[in-house]
Write a protein that binds this ligand. Structure first.
Ligand code: SF4
Length: 383
């Protein structure tokens, strides 16, 4: 069962010091409760909320509009940054991968990806951050390095938001887009993910517009329907990766619980409620899901609601020492990859090619954290 740790668990109590209250991740109403609770006026909440997100302040000392005594009190009793940067890697293509340490010593990764298309001055048109939502993952998709970490815990809203804030510090360009596609299944940490979305899109800070945020799910039908019922205006992507239930269950065991028909029904429900198109993610594996029959079935699957398909090259995960199905997966050859895309286009399917950004630094979900775990365990992690 997946549970959310409370702040007291993240900042364990010792005999000498009470737990520090993490401020990042609190909504304005929760911040107001906090300040009223320590005898301060409510308007402190707006001051601090704006400082944390609009000004992206990382120290209480810099909150100069607060009285000195309050800044000192906050420095002694509240926590500013839930994440500590452990390692930053930069790919030849400009992709950056961050390894963050959490307050309880666990680790997560975050990736910052510049678009290939550029402005007149050579700057990337988009800068997309791929954030994690859980430490590890319980869903055990066979192509994913994070799966071998197993599920540890959900991230708090503050830990999700801080990935954005800290990554932004390492880029001259503002982050323009966000995808919940790092470690973990975001729909299994729904409340904290949506709380983070409320902060990113809050009118007082406007870090991102809702249509610049995408939640990607392996197929959690309950979450898709809940997003529809709540009228969420962020975008939805489904990791599809197979066109038959037999293959999808082999690659993604969650398909046993929610098969393709059920997923299709949920996406149709989502589209009817929100009017928003859907994106399908489709990793190509040599000889597994790249046939002409797959093209025909994809055409059928994707025409149920307005949609597009992101076709993605597979990043091998050999360094995780995979076994079973995982050990047999290989990337489709470049020629076949492009032929597959052409067949989809000929069948009037809208296709985007997701590039292999950050391939040289294993910038796919979970890989950096896993390398660290393997190193700690004394296992040789191939590079
Ligand atoms: S692909 Fe996503 S849902 Fe599947 S195991 Fe990896 S992190 Fe979990």
């Amino acid at each position: 069962m997946i549970t959310t740790l409370q702040s007291a668990e993240l900042f364990p109590q010792s005999d000498k010091q009470p737990p520090r209250q993490p401020l990042k991740g609190l909504l304005p109403s929760e911040l107001a409760d906090f300040f009223v609770g320590i005898g301060e006026p409510k308007y402190r909440a707006k001051q601090v909320f704006t400082r944390l997100y609009a000004h992206q302040t990382h120290s209480f000392d810099d909150m100069t509009e607060l009285p000195v005594a309050l800044r000192k009190h906050l420095a002694a009793t509240a926590a500013m940054n839930p994440l500590t940067l452990s390692r930053l890697q930069e790919s030849a293509d400009g992709t950056k991968k961050f390894l963050f340490r959490l307050a309880d010593g666990k680790e997560i990764e975050t990736v910052l990806i510049p678009s290939e298309s550029v402005e007149d001055d050579g700057a990337p048109k988009r800068l997309t951050i791929c954030v994690s939502t859980q430490v590890g993952c319980a869903l055990n998709c066979k192509f994913c390095a994070t799966a071998s970490l197993k599920m540890k815990r959900n991230l708090t809203a503050g830990e999700i938001v801080d990935q954005f804030l800290q990554a932004q510090q390492h880029s001259d360009k503002p982050i323009t887009n966000l995808v919940f596609m790092g470690m973990g299944e975001p729909m299994l940490n729904y409340d904290n993910v949506m709380k983070a979305v409320e902060i990113f899109t809050h009118e007082d800070v406007q870090l991102l517009g809702a249509r610049r945020i995408t939640i990607s799910t392996a197929g959690m039908v309950e979450g898709i329907r809940r997003m529809a019922d709540e009228g969420r205006s962020i975008k939805l992507a489904l990791s599809l990766h197979a066109t038959t239930d037999g293959l999808r269950t082999k690659l993604m065991p969650i398909n046993k619980k929610h098969n393709l028909r059920e997923l299709g029904d949920a996406l149709e429900y989502y589209y009817r409620k929100t009017g928003s198109p859907v994106t399908y993610e489709y990793i190509l594996f040599e000889g597994v899901n790249d046939s002409s029959e797959d093209v025909r079935r994809l055409q059928r699957i994707t025409r149920r609601v307005p949609s597009k398909i992101n076709v993605i090259p597979f990043h091998p995960i050999d360094f995780t020492h995979p076994d079973g199905v995982s050990a047999t997966l290989r990337p489709t050859s470049t020629a076949k990859f492009h032929a597959f895309i052409q067949q989809l286009r000929d069948a009037d399917v809208t296709v985007m090619i997701r590039s292999s950004s950050g391939k040289d630094i294993h910038a796919a979900c979970g890989q950096l954290a896993l390398s660290q775990v393997a190193a700690v365990a004394g296992i040789h992690a191939a590079d």
